[in-house]
Structure formats: C-alpha cells, structure tokens
Design a binder for this molecule. Structure first.
Ligand SMILES: Cc1cc2nc3c(=O)[nH]c(=O)nc-3n(C[C@H](O)[C@H](O)[C@H](O)COP(=O)(O)O)c2cc1C
Length: 182
C-alpha cells in the first residue's frame, strides 16, 4: 500500500509564527503514522489582492498544480478579528476562479493556534464553511490549540490537552477516510 500524501499549509508567513509551530508538530505526528508529508509555503505563491479585472497570476495555476494529487490537506491558520486571515481568503478566492478540483479531491483537516484560550475557533468554523461550500470533504475533528506559549515542549511537540488529543483524532480520522476512498 502506498503512503497517503498529505500537504500542510500554514496561513501565517510570519517568522516565529505559532501556527507554523503547530504545523511542524502536526507534520511530525502524521509522519510517525506513515504518511508522506509536504509543507506548502504560501510565500512562494504570492498573489495580488483579488480584483476581477486582473489577469490570473501564474502563481495561482502553479499552486493548484502543486496541490493536485494530495490525498489530504491540512490548513493551519491564525484567526484575525474572528475571521480567517486575508492571505488564506485571497488564496482561496484566486484559485476558485480557475479550479476547485484540488479542493474536491482531498480530505481536509483544519487547525488553528492562538495566544489566548479561544484557539481560533471562529476561524476554523469559517474555514469549514468555505471548504465545504467548495466541495471539500472536511473532517469534523479540528485542532484548536489555545494558550500557545504553554502548548509545546522544548522539542516543539504539541503537549497541551485537549489539543494533543484533537491532533491524534484528526490524523486518525483523515488516514482512515483516505484508506476508505482507496
Ligand atoms: C489583525 C489581527 C487580528 C487578530 N484577531 C484575533 C482574533 O480574533 N482571535 C485571536 O485569537 N487572536 C487574534 N489575533 C492574535 C493572533 O492570534 C496572534 O497574533 C497570532 O500569533 C497570529 O498567528 P501567527 O503567530 O501564526 O502569525 C489577531 C492578530 C492580528 C494581527
């Protein structure tokens, strides 16, 4: 059996991002379970703010091509003012004008890390709505990780509860769903 291919996308480009930290911790957990993991750096796919009169930038098709063929995609995003950040929304909007096939063909896992206790719950709800609306198979188990400064150990592993259990549940659910799809 071939290893399931899982992409990880962090919606914060910030150096020292707590969501990048969560991305790394999640990738490690998937790798241990036999998945083939890839980190997709949105910084390499710069897009102007969407405007209907603009020609589609080359990076849009490049990103879609890169994301095609993954069995699962995990998005790890900060919450901005109770919403998903403009980087993620802009990326979704641009790609949706070309193709949503890469959304329809993957199982989607959602995660969010916040410095406070609320764990980006509103952002995850919005991501769930958007990816479901675009035809994605979105897992009900999400990984909300609050109080980021205490959530990771010195090796960068996710140790806080309930986030750690959420991460295991989401990984197991995703790998199971992918194996069922065959
Ligand atoms: C414009 C802006 C709005 C924010 N709004 C929220 C919010 O609604 N909820 C929340 O938990 N944190 C909010 N934060 C704090 C972010 O969670 C925090 O800056 C976090 O570190 C960003 O993620 P990153 O470290 O991965 O870049 C906001 C930050 C910014 C810059």
């Amino acid at each position: 059996m071939t290893a399931p291919k899982i992409a990880f996308i962090c919606a914060s480009l910030r150096e020292g991002s707590i969501n990048k930290k969560l991305e790394k911790a999640l990738m490690k957990r998937f790798k241990i379970s036999g998945a083939k993991t890839s980190s997709i750096d949105l910084g390499k796919y710069e897009m102007p703010l969407f405007h209907g009169d603009l020609e589609t930038p080359k990076t849009v098709k490049k990103l879609i091509t890169r994301l095609k063929g993954f069995d699962g995609i995990v998005v790890i995003s900060p919450e901005y003012n109770g919403c998903l950040p403009p980087l993620l929304k802009n990326t979704i909007d641009w790609t949706s004008t070309v193709s949503t096939d890469y959304i329809k063909s993957a199982v989607w896992g959602l995660a969010s890390c916040s410095p406070g206790p609320m764990s980006g719950i509103m952002c995850m709800r919005q991501m769930q709505f958007i990816f479901t609306r675009l035809g994605g198979d979105v897992l009900p188990q999400q990984v909300g990780c609050g109080n980021a400064s205490k959530a990771f150990n010195e090796r960068g592993d996710l140790v806080a509860q309930p986030a750690s259990t959420f991460a295991d549940n989401m990984r197991d659910m995703m790998l199971e769903r992918i194996s069922q799809k065959g």
